[in-house]
Write a protein that binds this ligand. Structure first.
Ligand code: ADP
Length: 415
């Protein structure tokens, strides 16, 4: 099947076309045949980047006023005779569409085929993720308008992998009414990424799901940790929203909630202003005053910039704290897995995180750590390390495509 994988943000539309099917999963013979990104959707100078495998990329700037127009632009590119995508000549060659949906609330514990009822339920979850779900819905609605019922659409949720968390992990210690009335609880995010790297780990070692007792660390622009027992998420660092947990590029992660009232009383702005600061101006950007990009901070830290050094130390310390917590919760783990932009590439950050955890059984091999960059999948702990440390590149789009196939073919997922 050719699956069109779509990830719509508020001002961006990202896609991949992946050729995959059930019999290809075991041999990993699925193939991405095209990918692209439209940024600044809603503006006259939207930035378009399309690429078919083995072809030079197309880069232009054009007015793209909404998500519908963005998808029509992708369609036009795909159907242009000058574009040569392996196995695709028109939209008739697309067999299913897989949408990334950020928040599935408590309703969605797995990926589902989209129909009117599902659409209404995703809409209901929008107040839990007001920055994300409305954009995902725009993508779904645009595809329905353009393609009607001809192409099945599937929703894959960031939250659903964490639906296995026990009550004591997902409840907040506030009056129960708030959970019952407003569904205030931990949901967790990056589920497709945690699930994907855990699946890869299981395949690499050739072990059954029941033997997967690990900690997964998704460290990208957004960051989250998860504790997996017998292959299922039992806790994760993000909460009701993606603001909780680790220090991130621009998000604060954990902080005393009293800070919000204190800052409000000091006249720093409305509650919305303060949350904007916590989401967009905090994290390593806020601490360093320089950048949200780990590469810039590593460079500045090396040159002696104290604030950059502090940001790196705070980032590493918070990850250590979660490793410690999850080791306790799991009563020990077999492996720790690093993934996403920082996890897959930052030799320094992995070293800072693992440094000083030897007594817990985590011993990094410095040479192997240096080799694990640019998308390599590698075990980076010493041979004698009680807990193995791995770098496993994530591939959320592939998991989205495979889930889409499973749902369309009505085959339950075994992972
Ligand atoms: P997202 O969470 O948006 O998917 P990514 O997983 O792509 O983000 O991670 C992007 C981040 O990864 C960048 O902001 C940067 O901090 C970090 N990163 C990427 N490459 C490197 C590198 N070579 N060294 C250190 N950090 C890197």
């Amino acid at each position: 099947m050719n699956v069109f994988v779509l990830n719509c943000g508020s001002s961006s539309v990202k896609f991949q076309i992946i050729n995959t099917d059930l019999e290809m999963f075991d041999t990993d013979s699925d193939r991405r045949v095209a990918k692209g990104l439209i940024e600044r959707v809603g503006k006259d100078d939207a930035i378009i980047n399309f690429e078919a495998d083995g072809q030079p990329p197309v880069k232009t700037t054009e007015p793209i006023h909404d998500h519908r127009q963005a998808i029509l632009r992708i369609k036009k590119w795909m159907e242009d005779p000058a574009t040569k995508i392996n196995g695709i000549h028109s939209w008739d060659d697309i067999h299913a569409i897989g949408h990334r949906v950020v928040h599935g609330g408590e309703k969605f514990t797995k990926s589902v085929k989209i129909d009117k009822e599902v659409l209404a339920q995703i809409e209901e979850c929008s107040d839990l993720a007001p920055l994300h779900n409305p954009a995902n819905l725009k993508g779904i609605n645009a595809c329905s308008e353009i393609f009607g019922d001809r192409i099945p659409q599937v929703a894959v949720f960031d939250t659903s992998f964490h639906s296995t968390m026990p009550e004591e992990a997902y409840m907040y210690a506030i009056p129960l009414d708030y959970y019952e009335k407003y569904k205030v609880r931990r949901y967790g995010f990056h589920g497709t990424s945690h699930r994907y790297v855990a699946y890869r780990y299981r395949k690499l070692l050739g072990i059954p799901k029941e033997k997967v007792n690990i900690i997964t660390l998704h460290l990208g622009n957004g960051c989250s940790a998860a504790a997996l027992r017998k292959g299922e998420s039992i806790n994760t660092s993000m909460g009701l929203t993606p603001l909780e947990g680790l220090v991130m590029g621009t998000r604060s992660g954990d902080l005393d909630p009293a800070v919000i009232e204190y800052l409000y009383n000091k006249g720093t702005g409305s509650v919305a202003d303060i949350f904007n600061m916590l989401n967009k101006k905090s994290g390593v950007l806020g601490v360093s005053g320089l950048s949200n990009d780990m590469r810039d901070l590593e460079k500045a830290a090396k040159e002696g910039n104290h604030r950059a050094q502090l940001a790196l130390k705070m980032f590493a310390l918070r990850v250590k704290k979660y490793i410690g917590a999850y080791l306790a919760e799991l009563n020990g783990a077999e492996a720790i897995i690093f993934t996403a932009g920082i996890g897959e590439n930052s030799v320094l950050m992995r070293k800072m995180i693992c440094n000083g955890l030897e007594n817990l059984g985590i011993e990094l091999d410095e040479e192997l750590n240096k080799q694990a960059v640019g998308g390599k999948c590698l075990k980076i702990s010493k041979a004698g390390s009680r807990i193995a440390v791995w770098v496993i590149p994530t591939n959320e789009e592939l998991l989205l495509a495979r889930d889409t196939v499973r749902v369309v073919r009505d085959v339950p997922r075994n992972w």
